[in-house]
Design a binder for this molecule. Sequence first.
Ligand code: CTP
Length: 401
Amino acid sequence: RILDKLLFNGYEGYIVGGCVRDSIMGKIPNDWDICTSAKPEVMMNIFREFKVIPTGLKHGTLTIVINNQHFEVTTYRIDKEYVDGRHPNKVEFTNSLKEDLNRRDFTINAMAYNNKEGLIDYYDGLSDIHNKTIRCVGNAFDRFNEDYLRMLRAVRFSAQLEYRLRIETFKAIKKLSKNIIHISKERIRDEVNKILLSQKPSKGIQLLEETRLLEYIIPELQECVGFEQKKPHHDEDVFYHTMRVLDNTEKDLILRLAALLHDIAKPQCFSIDRENTGHFYRHHMKGMELAEKILKRLKYDNNTIKTVKQLIKEHMLKYEITTPRAIKRLINRVGKENIDRLFKLQIADIKGSKAPYKFDNINKAKLVCDKILNEKQPLTLKDLDIDGNDLKALGVSQGKD
Ligand code: CTP
């Protein structure tokens, strides 16, 4: 209806950007952006019968609400004078769709569509979709210097869509990576979340490392690269171990943050050349301290920080816990709603590991926990598959459990 109204009044109108990209890929778009040759004041008039929110009139953008759905409609514009690597200081309206598309970050995001003319694709976005490539529109250095967040967007799209970065795009990010510090932490966090929630999050995090963005976003994780762990630990390198654990988790932001940060203190607490003998308590405290520091820096909310810290803490304590009393205490510490995440983190940590870790304790603990939470039948020793000797070894005193 919006496009029809624009055309009826003699103006051009197209859907543009992410919604065109997603539609071509057969996905349902998150939102619908429209661009038009009509100026904002004209649009206010054309769309007077709808609810119109003047979201960013200075930049030519207003939001039209139809049936509770929001549509952002923006006048064709050229972004001018990017001074801070974030926002255009000045925008200039234009009558040319091509110029509007030219200011956009990647070719796959620079296509427009309407029913009358079909797909408008000046910058070969469609062939980049077919080739699964992220490529900047025009000169990569120019695009990234306009908005440094685009470097992170490139990695995020690459992770989400499982596309490769075109070599010039990759090289430009590597050269400009340190400028990511000029971008607000909230914007960085939102992109990191999208990377973490992609199908195979390790791909995106490794690409952050390869492009050198990681050392400016989470330098503590960068320190894990090449930090070797001696036996009996899982893998040789803490970073690659972390990537495996991350991929072993399901799509749950808190769980993936915990996986990402669960070994973050190792380089600071263990020696690389000796026997890796760090003091357990020190590692434990440092791990929580670093996780909090990183999450605060990236402006995560207090609840997320608290839960991730708690998961990391209990995870580091490892499971020797299978008795009902101990499990009850554990549930009290992590909270009913997070106990399942803790088991998942435990399993993710040892799944695929070469080290001789066993799932038995975790499975026992899960079983006990399930019974406690569901208040099913009383637990029996048979459930736990343990006998009196096991109980003695666990230090359980008579009668209490
Ligand atoms: N865009 C850009 N540079 C940015 C942000 C956005 O050029 N730093 C342009 C792109 O053409 C993009 C469009 O604005 O497609 C809309 O941006 P946005 O809604 O942030 O992203 P989408 O591409 O829609 O992707 P997603 O919804 O998955 O975030």
